[in-house]
Design a protein around this ligand. Sequence first.
Ligand code: ASN
Ligand code: ZN
Length: 322
Amino acid sequence: AARATLAVPRGFHPVRSRLVLSIDETGALVAETAPSPDRTISDAQNTETLPGLTVRTEDAPATGDEAADQAFDGLGATFAFWWDAYRRNSVDAAGEALLATVHYGTDYDNAFWNGERMVFGDGDGEVFTGFTGSLTVIAHELAHAVTEHTAALVYSGQSGALNESVSDVFGALVEQHSLGQTADAASWLIGVGIFTEAVQGVALRSMKAPGTAYDDDVLGRDPQPAHVDDYVDTIDDNGGVHINSGIPNHAFYLAATALGGRAWERAGLVWYRTLTGGTLSSTATFAQFAQATVEAAAAEFGESSVEADAVATAWRQVGVLA
Ligand code: ASN
Ligand code: ZN
């Protein structure tokens, strides 16, 4: 639907919602109040003290600091996604303020969600550049907050790999939504542009071809499997949560590309219903999660729908369902 946006002040400054007018399939004018994000970006000034100095709030202009402004814009794109795609008002569905700290630590090679805010390092400049440079990374971290508020998948073993995968799925979908991209046009890469020139690699992970995102002297080869036959049993990384996430990541990719179109509308909606349905165990195995997605697809689109079929077929292709 064509969407015209009209900002209508409600009460006093700052404005936290706007009236959105759109035309639905029948040609009728629809008016609805859309929420606005409430972002605060802080700067740790290369220390590990949180939250750091406030450098940008919702109604303030750009700071000129690249990381702070990238974080602000990334939070905005992520907020817009959750509302537009699923009518979810912020990560908690109740308008939670979005907080981020940039310039965390010195040469810090990661980004994380600490249960309260997103935290981004600048990278060491040898392997990684700043972590705010990738919208998929920003959206990945925020999706951890959504998971925490919904299915609360325990961050270890298979449920941990599912938690990681859910963050990659919605990380990819936020980027596709912001670019207006369909499933077949998307890269399905997580973390493009955060490696330095010195690294032989395009991204952190590939949902399309897990195990191929990088092959580098320093980092080694991308260890992600794409099939349960190659599941990695390890005590590192909470039981390989960033490794085995390749399996459910690839299942989502297969379902989304089989369906085509805008991936957040069908495959993404099924994953979202699975997370928010209230029946998924927080210690779900791959098989339990897969079964829940098939049931969510059947509930949303019908028992013998193309959506339910595409989801079940995808899980069979990665060996999770028989
Ligand atoms: N960037 C990582 C992640 O969000 C940090 C971590 O291992 N928790 O998964
Ligand atoms: Zn993660």
